[in-house]
Design a protein around this ligand. Structure first.
Ligand code: HSE
Length: 381
């Protein structure tokens, strides 16, 4: 391979770890510049606040975007692809919103667009799905894809810590998004689930999908589900039957016998199901500077060593059919839930609801009782 010239956009938790790993461990990558906000140029001798100067360097091979957020990340990625630079990004928000457009630009320019770090941090999940798909059709995927919320639930159970206290600890540890509502309301998982669906099913997935989070989860809720030998995990899920597909983001009550119930701290576990491989699980750290930067650096190395692989295509004509997800749901609420029957004091059970219908019931329950918490009961086999 050749000496690859790389520019890094963003020097936060992930960006700083990317720079350190490149400098200390990767001898055939030359990190030439680091884009920082004006006034922050002192962070590194390579720091600059001038994106246009970075892009006009004709020796530059690859732009690595670790800024997060939609703008200016969107404009910078577009400009880099049009200028025929490889793009590696950890920014799931911008990729989930513009995946098809970015892939089209990358294909036109004949450069790589690499997104491994967008989903499940250091876990080679995107590469794993792509490899499964060389042989198999994928019928389903699901996972704990958010380190912050897993860390919150884990600490509430293990140490009895209150939600708010453990959230600020997750921020200190560099797991949480700048606006932590992205984590606790499921927005971060939604981006990761949309990207996973595109990779698994060849679909353009929009964000019009059922989504709920764990903002209202209490220690008493965890005790209630615990008394049924279940715990709560925030899941992103996708399913396809070959002609239609659906995706959902919601808290799921998983039996303690499930592997998912035992995932600690900021770890993620994501599962894909293919017709010959069966059920395949990927486990590792889904948040934090070093694990996420590890995935970024793997992608950078691949830009030099690997030929440009088949670009993601979005051409499968799968219909979006939310009825593919039907579960029993528990609502812990003072609100009246249509069709609800007694489950536990203060909690009602509704059987056989589509994820979309459940989300509608949650929305209306929240207007009556803003502390309402809802979880799907995982089907036991
Ligand atoms: N805030 C995210 C998480 C970071 O907690 O999983 C990794 O995407």
């Amino acid at each position: 391979s050749y000496m690859q010239n790389v520019a890094l956009l963003g020097f936060g938790t992930v960006g700083a770890s990317v720079a350190r790993i490149l400098d200390e461990r990767i001898s055939d990558v030359n990190l030439t510049s680091i884009l920082v906000r004006a006034g922050k140029e002192h962070v590194d001798p390579r720091a600059t606040s001038n994106f246009d100067a970075i892009l006009s360097d004709s020796a530059l091979d690859t732009v690595v975007e670790c800024m997060g957020g939609l703008s200016p990340a969107y404009e910078y990625i577009k400009a880099a692809l049009i200028a025929k630079k490889n793009v590696v990004t950890s920014n799931k928000a911008v990729v989930s919103a513009h995946f098809e457009e970015f892939m089209t630009l990358a294909a036109e320019a004949g450069v790589n667009l690499k997104i491994e770090a967008c989903v499940c941090g250091g876990i080679p999940w995107i590469a794993g799905i792509q490899k499964v798909r060389r042989i198999d059709e994928i019928s389903a995927f699901w996972g704990i894809m958010n380190g912050t919320t897993n860390y919150i639930v884990y600490s509430m159970l293990k140490d009895g810590t209150d939600f708010a206290e453990v959230l600020s600890k997750a921020q200190e540890l560099g797991y949480a998004e700048r606006d932590p509502s992205s984590d606790i309301d499921g927005i971060d998982v939604r981006s990761k689930t949309m990207i996973s669906a595109s990779i698994a099913f060849d679909v353009i997935c929009t964000n019009q999908i059922p989504m709920s989070g764990i903002r209202n989860l209490t220690k008493r809720d965890l005790a209630m589900f615990g008394s049924h030998d279940m715990t709560i995990k925030l899941f992103g899920r996708g399913v396809s039957n070959g002609s239609s597909y659906a995706v959902v983001v919601e808290p799921v009550a998983v039996p303690l016998s499930a592997i998912e119930a035992h995932v600690p701290t900021n770890f993620n576990v994501a599962t894909v199901v293919g017709d010959t491989i069966g059920e395949l699980k990927f486990y590792g750290q889904g948040a934090g500077g070093n694990p996420t930067a590890n995935a970024v650096v793997q992608d950078i190395i691949d830009c030099a060593d690997a030929p440009i692989e088949g670009q993601q295509n979005f051409s499968a004509n799968l219909l979006y059919n939310p009825e593919l997800f039907v579960s029993d749901y528990v609502f812990r609420t003072q609100a009246d839930i249509p069709g609800g029957s007694f489950w536990e004091p203060g909690a009602q059970l509704v059987k056989n609801l589509s994820a979309e219908k459940a989300r509608e019931l949650l929305t209306s329950a929240l207007t009556q009782d803003p502390t309402t918490f809802m979880a799907a009961l995982e089907k036991r086999n």
